[in-house]
Design a protein around this ligand. Structure first.
Ligand SMILES: [Zn+2]
Length: 355
């Protein structure tokens, strides 16, 4: 009995049916063209609702255009119903890829503006909208959603103050983590230390982005100042052997998003991506999609990309899926359920194709 050599079609089929956990994916950044079209029809004006025009607008060109698309989608999220629709439809897209559990990074600051700004929706309405969508999505699609509230770093301390307030005073029941995103250059990390201290004291897990566009010192900052329990990207950690050793020893996972790293020029190409270095150094990694439709990818594609980069067969890919479950903030009960589902799918797939 022998297992045929790995072929792309076969691996795609395996990945497509593999139960997965997604740990690094942005709420607004997950808005597919289908969802944006629906939002654009509700709010005509800035974004084309015509499918062909929208496809052209959505096509990834460069980082500046990605930001333009992202902000255009933020602008379409005017009413609580828009937030509910986005969340529910993102969950549908995740479930289609056999994602069973996702920690969705939400940036309430961009939709819930400070009261004095006299625009944006109240935080209570935002919270109700994501929670309503979460409960419906779990019931309708079987995908479990949890939230990470993230500080848009470019908006500095005022955004951090507001995001912390939202997390502590108006927490949605499925909030598990506190994050920090946006640019790293010119956004020093120490200014956010007290926000992370307070969030952690309230039981939230620390998951800042770090080492995506600046060097390994930002990853050290994330660990030492922000108490990071996982690192978003951490790409430049590969430049620092002491850091790699630290991450491996303390089992601090890196949330790796290969296609995003190429799209944003964090790395020059997939060939230059340090995923293999991380693996060889014994660093725990999860595979993730970041802002999938805006980078023309999805989680299944990222798993295939990772399989290719690490030269993995089905069992190796299943191990990646288990690593993401282990690195998640799901309950122990759900984790063991997900591990069993991964194992069942893998065994059945391999048994069926063994002869
Ligand atoms: Zn991200």
């Amino acid at each position: 009995m022998s297992i045929p050599a790995r072929t792309p079609g076969r691996l795609s089929e395996f990945v497509a049916g593999l139960p997965k956990a997604e740990l690094h994916v942005h709420h607004v950044g997950s808005a597919s063209q289908r969802i944006v079209q629906e939002l654009a029809e509700r709010h005509p004006g800035t974004v084309p609702s015509d499918p062909d025009e929208l496809r052209k607008f959505y096509e990834f060109r460069d980082f500046a255009h990605f930001i333009e698309v992202y902000l255009a989608v933020v602008d379409l999220l005017k009413e609580p119903e828009d937030i509910r629709l986005l969340t529910y439809e993102v969950a549908r897209d995740l479930a289609r890829q056999k994602v069973r559990y996702a920690e969705l990074t939400c940036t309430p600051y961009t939709s819930v503006l400070p009261h004095e700004a006299r625009r944006g929706m109240p935080i209570e309405a935002y919270t109700d909208a994501i929670e309503e969508a979460r409960v419906a999505a779990e019931r309708d699609f079987g995908v479990v959603l949890r939230w990470i509230y993230d500080i848009p770093g470019e908006s500095g301390v005022p955004a951090a103050d507001e995001t912390l307030l939202f997390a502590l005073e108006y927490p949605p029941s499925a909030l598990v983590g506190f994050g920090l995103g946006g640019p790293e250059i010119g956004v020093p990390r120490p200014q956010f230390q007290r926000h992370f201290d307070a969030a952690r004291a309230a039981g939230l897990r620390s998951v800042p982005h770090a080492g995506e566009t600046t060097g390994p010192e930002t990853v050290w900052d994330a660990i030492r100042l922000l108490g990071a329990e996982r690192i978003g990207h951490g790409t430049t950690a590969a430049q620092d052997p002491v850091l790699l050793e630290y991450l491996a020893e303390h089992r601090i996972p890196l949330e790796v998003c290969p296609t995003s790293n190429v799209a944003t020029r964090a790395v020059d190409s997939l060939d230059a991506h340090p995923l293999r270095t991380f693996r060889d150094a014994g660093v725990v990694v999860s595979i993730n999609s970041d802002d999938p439709p805006m980078f023309d990818t999805d989680l299944n594609t990222e798993y295939e990309v990772a399989a290719d980069m690490l030269d993995l067969d089905e069992r190796g890919v299943a191990d990646l899926a288990v690593a993401a479950v282990d690195a998640s903030f799901a309950t122990e009960h759900l984790k063991s359920e997900l591990r069993a589902e991964i194992d069942a799918w893998t065994s059945a797939f391999l048994a069926e194709r063994a002869d």
